[in-house]
Design a protein around this ligand. Sequence first.
Ligand code: DC
Length: 215
Amino acid sequence: MSDLIVAIDGPGGTGKSSVSRELARRAGLPHLDTGAFYRAATLAALEAGVDLDDGDAVTTVVEGSDFSQEEGRMYLDGRDVSDPIREDEITKGVSAVSAHPAVRAHLVELQRSWLRSHEGRGVVEGRDIGSVVFPDATVKVYLDASPEVRARRRAEQSGEDIAEVLEDLNRRDHLDSTRVASPMTVPRGAIVVDTSELDFEAVVEQLIGLLPSES
Ligand code: DC
């Protein structure tokens, strides 16, 4: 079997996670959610009681922790943290943690080694996959949607107030796209899919159509 990497980047609220999972399932490929690594790193730092803006302290915690992901579950030092990493406190702190270059370097290496241990095949979703983690990915996709549509989708999922969600999305987008280390951008060679007017099935179908026929 040859390598087959599908890199899916884009901001939150585009349906990126559910679309990536479904694409992986239909294509018979393993799936990696790289955002979960940054969330687990944030949890580790909070539990260690370090200041999330202190790059050296956060890096020490992250380098001393064990992160792994299997079958859609995220593990921190062997403990399943899939649910706690979705808490508000983590969502609020994760942009600060993911801005530290040494934290990114460490987690990127873990993501590459995950792929090696899965025979070089997988659907990998995140913010810097096609640009930094796997610049030679077989297929690169950038999912996008208008901020209003993204906020509405998030609010429908979480039951939060749409205006608050929109404010938080804009804040995180700004932090993610202006940080010095691996700012979120459309990777070179990526196909941009605007999901604002598309339903879930239409997006999945479009991505299936991008896969090489051997898969
Ligand atoms: O996709 P998500 O909301 O679970 O991602 C959480 C945060 O992690 C997001 O604010 C940006 C960061 N992230 C990143 O910097 N690089 C990635 N490859 C994935 C996520």
